[in-house]
Design a protein around this ligand. Structure first.
Ligand SMILES: C[S@@+](CC[C@H](N)C(=O)[O-])C[C@H]1O[C@@H](n2cnc3c(N)ncnc32)[C@H](O)[C@@H]1O
Length: 355
């Protein structure tokens, strides 16, 4: 008998298009990846037939429009006007795919607008399993997804994010899970990539000394602590409030490639760490409006963490009311002392050996 959903199956973003409306920070990181993506689209091996692009962890699609349009434009100049280009968006089964299909029709930046012979498709299945037949994919893209672990390795007693805990047991469990998830993802992708295919990835990661999430998620954890002090959850329930995200270092990302320079026929072509600038800070500097700044961040944080937090909310509370209360306290805390939130993103380019 298959079991019920695990915490990580519930990692999908807040539905009803909420993530689409509140993911400007992720869009800023994506802009920093576009030149690597464009170079991959220019240099990838393509034959005469249809071209296949896969967007792994697409969520509701808005942030995929600009990169996919870029890919279509570059590939059109290489393959001509009529070669079919298929774009396969993948995410967890619990993802809000309706908002993705809606965005393909009505988003002003939709890559479907003004293009022809471009075919969008979608798959609702974890990318830690096979998604496509072997050798099918020319180009793969994935942004802001690979920090999510395939399973909640362990609950953290001292932080809302598993990957920011200082407990040695949690640090070790997260590192082991992230290492095995990384190898699993690479193995699955390598099978479905064609010889000469390329994969461009951006996901939140850590520098030696920090992650860039200290202020924001420190305040979220403090809001959880406040609610525990006010009797809205027990100590045990507070500990269970753990988001299964881990932040890899560049060394962690390089690890599988260290011994022979390649891993499962994939070569690491590019790896660096980008500090993503804060899209709301310039507006705050002009207006000095801390409440609006805090609201942007509370909505943006709820967009990616709200469903997971609802799934671990105390059983004795109504889930939406609990999450509303938490994010209202979080927003209040953020408004008191606004700071630029600038997370790190690993930028990774991989290529499949051309036998
Ligand atoms: C923060 S969103 C990123 C969405 C979009 N790519 C962007 O850059 O804005 C992360 C997405 O990864 C998806 N995700 C997490 N774990 C996944 C898995 N194992 N398989 C497929 N998708 C996954 C989540 O459901 C979510 O939609």
């Amino acid at each position: 008998m298959p079991g019920g959903p695990t915490r990580s199956d519930l990692a999908a973003m807040q539905g009803g298009g909420f993530y689409n409306r509140h993911s400007a920070m992720q869009a800023t990181g994506i802009a920093a990846l576009l030149s690597l993506w464009e170079a991959a689209c220019r240099t990838v091996d393509i034959g005469d037939g249809p071209v296949t692009i896969v967007d792994y962890g697409c969520s509701q699609g808005r942030n995929s429009m600009i990169p996919m349009r870029k890919a279509v434009d570059v590939l059109r100049s290489r393959v001509g006007a009529t070669t079919p280009i298929e774009i396969i968006h993948t995410d967890l089964p619990s993802n809000d795919f309706s908002s993705l299909f809606e965005a393909l029709i009505s988003d002003p930046n939709s890559y479907m607008a003004g293009t022809s012979d471009v075919f969008p498709l979608a798959i609702g299945k974890s990318y830690f399993s096979p998604l496509l037949p072997p050798g099918r994919v020319h180009l793969g893209w994935s942004t802001w997804a690979l920090q999510w672990m395939s399973t909640n390795a362990i609950d953290a007693p001292d932080h809302i994010l598993a990957g920011m805990s200082k407990s040695p047991a949690v640090v070790a469990a997260v590192a082991a899970q992230q290492a095995s998830d990384w190898e699993c993802f690479l193995t699955q992708r390598s099978r479905e990539m064609r010889p000469g295919a390329k994969l461009v990835l951006g996901f939140t990661a850590r520098a030696e000394a920090d992650t860039g999430w200290e202020w924001l998620l420190g305040e979220l954890w403090s809001a959880v602590e406040e609610m525990r002090r006010d009797g809205l959850l027990s100590e045990r329930e507070q500990e269970q409030m753990t988001i299964p995200i881990g932040l890899r270092s560049l060394e962690d990302i390089k690890d599988p490639f260290r011994q022979s320079g390649s891993f499962v026929d994939l070569a690491l072509e590019h790896l660096d760490l980008v500090k993503v600038s804060n899209p709301f800070w310039p507006e705050f500097e002009v207006s000095g409006d801390g409440l609006t700044f805090a609201r942007h961040h509370a909505n943006a944080t709820r967009a990616w963490s709200g469903p997971l937090i609802a799934s671990v909310a105390p059983r004795s509370r109504e889930q939406t009311a609990f999450v509303d209360e938490l994010f209202s306290r979080f927003e209040h805390r953020l408004s008191k002392e606004p700071r630029p939130h600038e997370p790190y993103m690993a930028a990774v380019v991989l290529s499949k050996k051309d036998h």
